[in-house]
Structures are given as structure tokens and as C-alpha cells.
Design a protein around this ligand. Structure first.
Ligand SMILES: *Cc1c(COP(=O)(O)O)cnc(C)c1O
Length: 409
């Protein structure tokens, strides 16, 4: 008798359940915002990447409605074939203006931007050096490129330099990849050091500004601006789907880089152009980022207030300097229990578990539109959770090992 070739799927799901790693989406009702409705109940939302509160903004909605009226719902083709609209070009010019780059290219998502850019910039004879905590889209872009991939220890510039000394001369081109704000840890890469190493070893550098664009820097241009690296030689990518409240991704850089991507990036050439609604909403968001710096100021005020309350109420030190605050928890079971307790107190936060991250954690994201009372309620709810479940930084390494073991077992 032949065996059932699909039987492994049930077994795989059973393993996921046993490890407490099973996940399913939750339905959020109504418009996105600092307070959302889930299962008919109002919850304070600390699980959103809509950092500036733009995804439910009237001006973005109106821009999307107007563009849909004028241009329809779909672009009906890839950009090179029949799907290119003036709106796309306007958006690309607005992005390159914000980023102070020669040009930019808009993809249908940030994930597709990374797949396309990395796979275009490196090939079989090349080397990719990638931070171990980089986003999945950078990692999969590296795999798609066929290049030799070497991961360096998270934000460890000494390790990166050692690996460059070891491997660089054996390869034709080298591409270094890093998130600027790490999505699941909230810490920030050492951009000036990355740029110096890239220069010294003749490497290209691509940074992922998904969690930085619109949020960091005096004009909201991202960590490249925040860390004083505007105009230096590098390639930036980002998303339209987080602080910009829409959907889509982009790559910004030198005109020649963008020109090559337009000709070679498979995830741009062979996919349908971004919808008029998404394109127009992102354009409206960029205009708001330009003229309303007070939104960024409010976001950073809220982040500072949260850190202050966490310290005063629970002696919990937060070292990250972004709007993403992570509280590591002992294991996947404990993080699920904590998540349940937070939900019962009306708090919606993300319980992140392996394999998304090596160590389970509560991931809290702050928005410009949170009120002080929302933040007070969050800290109150966190203080009620068994404190021994919340690990401190120094315990991270052991935790990492524990969860890895359960992952492998
Ligand atoms: C969300 C994210 C992406 C993907 O962007 P989408 O537009 O959601 O596809 C890429 N990189 C990082 C670091 C992200 O957090």
C-alpha cells in the first residue's frame, strides 16, 4: 500500500501545537487606531505598526477613494506591460525626495522589494553577509540570489569584520544586509560602522528601513537621517505599510541601481503594479510626514513615557531606542499566559514565539495616537503579570538556548 503523501502535514501541525507555537489570525473590527474592537470588545492596541496613526486617517482614506474613482481598483498589469500610472511615478519621486536619493522604485510590498533587490544585487559568485536577526524577507532574498550566505552575530561589528577578512577575497561582489530598526527586538543597527566596513572591504550595503521611515530623523526620512548618514553610498528599502499606513514597498538609491532593478528584479517585473488606492494613500501619508513633525514628536513622547512608567512600576529597564519595546518571557507557554492576561485587561499586544524569534516575548509597539491613559493602563496590566515570567536582558542567552532546544526537539 502506498503511504499517504500528505500525512506529514497533520504530524507537523501536531508538533507545532505541542510546542505552544500554533498561531491563527485574530479579526480586528473597524478602522485601525489606538483602540480597536476584537470579538466585540474594545482593546487598547499595542500590536500595530501604524506608528503615526495614519492607516485610519481621513485624508488617506479620501486620497484612496479619489484615486479609485479616477483610475479604478486594479492596475491590470505589470508596470512594464500596462500597469504603470503617473501616480506610481509621483510616489517614487516623493520617496526619493524624502530619502534624498537619486531615484526610487515602488514594489507591491516591502517583502517583494527585499526579494527583488537582494536577488538582483547578488548572484552565485557573490557573498552576502547578513545580521542573524534580519527580517525574513532579507533572508529569503539572500536564498533566492543563490549567493554564499554568512550570518554575523546580531549587531556585532567585530564579528562582521572578522568574517569579511575571512571570506571577502573569495567572492566577486559582496552585499551586506541589515535592518536599521530590528522588527522583533526594537534595537538599532550601527549604521556608521556598517558603512565604514562596507567601504573598507568594497561591499554594497542594503539597509531595511521598514520600521524607521516616517518615524526616525528630523524629516522622517528614517535611521539613515537619524544617524547622520544621508548621502552616503548605500541602498535603502522600506515599506509603505507601517508608519505610512498603506500597502507596498520601495527601494531608494542611486539612479543606476533603480534602473537595474526595473530591468531585472523578478518581484517587480513579473507582478502587477500597486493599486491606485494604495499608491495614493501612501502619497498622502508622505505629505503628512513632511508637514506634521508633531506626529513624530508625539510618538517619541509616548515612548519616553512608557519607558518611564515601566521603570517606576516594575524596575523594568528598556534599552531599545525605538517605538518597539520587547519584554522577553521565559517560554512560549508563559508568553501565551501573559497574552491572555493582557487581553483580559483590555490590552492587545503581540505574543511573539519561535520560530519567528529565538526567544518568546511580548512585543509592544507605541503609536503617536496613544493617550497617556492608554500607556498607564498597559503598564498596570503588565505589573499584574507574574514578574518572574518577564526575563531580564542578562537571562536572554540562557533562554535562547532553552527555546532552541525545544525547537530542535
Ligand atoms: C514588515 C517588514 C518588511 C515587509 O514589509 P511589507 O510591506 O509588510 O511586506 C520588511 N522588512 C522588515 C524589517 C519588516 O518589518
Amino acid at each position: 500500500m502506498p503511504t499517504d503523501p500528505y500525512a506529514w502535514i497533520e504530524q507537523s501541525l501536531a508538533t507545532i501545537h505541542r510546542a505552544n507555537w500554533y498561531r491563527s489570525p485574530q479579526t480586528v473590527e473597524g478602522r485601525p487606531g489606538p483602540v480597536v474592537r476584537i470579538d466585540g470588545r474594545e482593546m487598547i492596541n499595542f500590536a500595530s505598526n501604524d506608528y503615526l496613526g495614519l492607516a485610519g486617517e481621513d485624508r488617506l482614506i479620501q486620497a484612496a477613494v479619489d484615486a479609485t474613482q479616477e483610475f479604478g481598483t486594479g492596475t491590470s498589469g505589470s508596470r512594464l506591460l500596462s500597469g504603470h500610472r503617473q501616480l506610481h511615478r509621483q510616489l517614487e519621486l516623493a520617496i526619493s525626495q524624502l530619502k534624498q536619493t537619486e531615484d526610487a522604485l515602488v514594489f507591491s510590498s516591502g517583502y517583494l522589494a527585499n526579494l527583488g533587490a537582494v536577488a538582483t544585487l547578488a548572484g552565485k559568485r557573490d557573498l552576502i553577509l547578513s545580521d542573524q536577526y534580519n527580517h525574513s524577507s532579507l533572508k529569503n532574498g539572500a536564498l533566492l540570489s543563490g549567493a554564499k550566505i554568512v550570518e554575523y552575530a546580531h549587531c556585532d561589528m567585530t564579528n562582521l569584520k572578522t568574517l569579511l577578512e575571512q571570506h571577502r577575497q573569495n567572492y566577486r561582489r559582496c552585499l551586506i544586509l541589515s535592518d536599521t530598526v530590528f522588527s522583533m527586538d526594537g534595537d538599532i543597527c550601527q549604521l556608521p560602522a556598517l558603512l565604514d566596513l562596507a567601504e573598507e572591504f568594497s561591499c554594497m550595503l542594503l539597509v531595511d528601513e521598514a520600521h524607521a521611515t516616517g518615524v526616525f530623523g528630523a524629516t522622517g526620512a528614517g535611521c539613515v537621517e537619524h544617524l547622520g548618514c544621508t548621502g552616503r553610498s548605500l541602498i535603502q528599502m522600506g515599506t509603505l505599510s507601517k508608519a505610512l499606513g498603506s500597502l507596498g514597498g520601495y527601494v531608494a538609491g542611486a539612479a543606476s541601481v533603480i534602473d537595474l532593478l526595473r530591468n531585472r528584479a523578478p518581484s517587480w517585473v513579473y507582478t502587477t503594479g500597486l493599486s491606485p488606492a494604495d499608491t495614493a494613500a501612501a502619497l498622502a501619508a508622505l505629505a503628512i510626514v513632511r508637514v506634521e513633525p508633531q506626529r513624530r514628536a508625539k510618538l517619541w513622547q509616548n515612548v519616553a513615557y512608557l519607558k518611564q512608567l515601566l521603570w517606576e512600576n516594575g524596575n523594568i529597564p528598556i534599552s531599545q531606542e525605538s517605538q518597539i519595546v520587547c519584554l522577553p518571557v521565559f517560554d512560549a507557554g508563559a508568553v501565551l499566559a501573559a497574552d491572555k492576561q493582557l487581553k483580559a485587561s483590555g490590552i492587545f499586544a503581540a505574543a511573539v514565539r519561535p520560530p519567528t524569534v529565538p526567544v518568546s516575548r511580548i512585543r509592544i509597539t507605541v503609536m503617536a495616537t496613544h493617550e497617556p491613559a492608554h500607556i498607564q493602563q498597559l503598564v498596570g496590566a503588565l505589573s499584574a503579570i507574574n514578574c518572574s515570567d518577564i526575563a531580564i536582558d542578562s537571562q536572554l542567552r540562557t533562554l535562547d538556548r532553552r527555546e532552541r532546544l525545544s525547537y530542535e526537539g
